[in-house]
Write a protein that binds this ligand. Structure first.
Ligand SMILES: [Zn+2]
Length: 267
């Protein structure tokens, strides 16, 4: 695409044309992780919302949060009864002292060195879009998860009715911050390579009103875009390359790692 990216015609995933170096990203996240506010100061509310999803798998067990930055989620999970480990570029300032911290990221398998016991729950909220290689990120997340365990992942929505038809491209694509927008179809395919299957998915918001506003606008933008696309593909493509659409959806996925010891579940 003219906006420095590749867009998958089949599933809508978007990826950056030229990747920054791992070293550049390390420098970038040193600063990023010091003043990240979740993009709107709702870190605390989103952390509570994430916890509600995680609690579906039951309270307790070993949980790892990969890339929390300044989200209070690891602390909340710890208070909710999980044995928590956090993985990131730098140890978050407010992280409870009883939470284990591992320096690492999803751009290198180095983070798996020294992993003696995989985790029951692997959390990855708004992180995979920051990663250099989504395939490698999925591989690492899968390795961190024990067979029969769960991966809870949140990432910007792409390849849906709204994002595929709106007059404009997704504003979630913004290198060097967001390098890859991965569609549901692509995520399912990548995780399948590592024995992880999708259990459920949902569009995320803090409450019903916000949900309706966010996804209602998305549906509207999708409808208007679709009409223009039907009338003139050329006009639609020109506008799509020129502007960014308003809608920014968030997709929440619950994955399960297959337990090969269970013959009914293995493939
Ligand atoms: Zn694709």
């Amino acid at each position: 695409m003219p906006w420095e990216s590749r867009e998958c015609r089949q599933c809508g995933s978007v990826s950056v044309l030229s990747l920054p170096s791992a070293k550049d990203l390390e420098t970038y996240y040193d600063t990023f992780n010091k003043d990240y506010d979740g993009g709107g100061g709702n870190l605390e509310r989103y952390a509570k919302r994430y916890l509600r999803e995680v609690l579906r798998f039951g309270r307790g067990g070993r949980l790892v949060d990969v890339g929390p930055s300044l989200s209070p989620f690891p602390n909340l999970a710890c208070e909710a009864g999980y044995q928590v480990t956090a993985i990131d570029y730098i140890r978050p300032a407010g992280l409870r002292p009883d939470i284990d911290f591992i320096t690492g990221n999803l751009n290198s398998e180095k983070v798996l060195e020294g992993l003696t016991q995989p985790f029951d729950i692997v959390c990855n909220f708004a992180v995979i879009e920051h990663c250099m290689y989504p395939d490698l990120a999925c591989k690492i997340l899968s390795s961190l998860c024990r067979p029969g365990g769960h991966i809870v992942l949140m990432t910007p929505e792409i390849g849906t009715f709204a994002t595929s038809n709106a007059l404009g491209r997704s504003g979630w694509f913004c290198p060097p911050k967001h390098l890859n927008l991965v569609s549901k179809e692509a995520l399912v395919g990548l995780f399948d390579r590592y024995g992880v299957r999708l259990v459920s998915s949902a569009r995320l918001e803090l409450n019903a009103w916000r949900w309706l506003a966010r996804y209602g606008c998305g549906a509207l933008e999708g409808c208007v875009g679709l009409m223009i696309k039907k009338a003139s593909r050329r006009v639609w493509e020109k506008q799509r390359n020129r502007r960014v659409h308003k809608h920014k959806g968030m997709a929440m996925y619950l994955f399960e790692k297959r337990n090969d010891r269970d013959p009914m579940r293995s493939r």
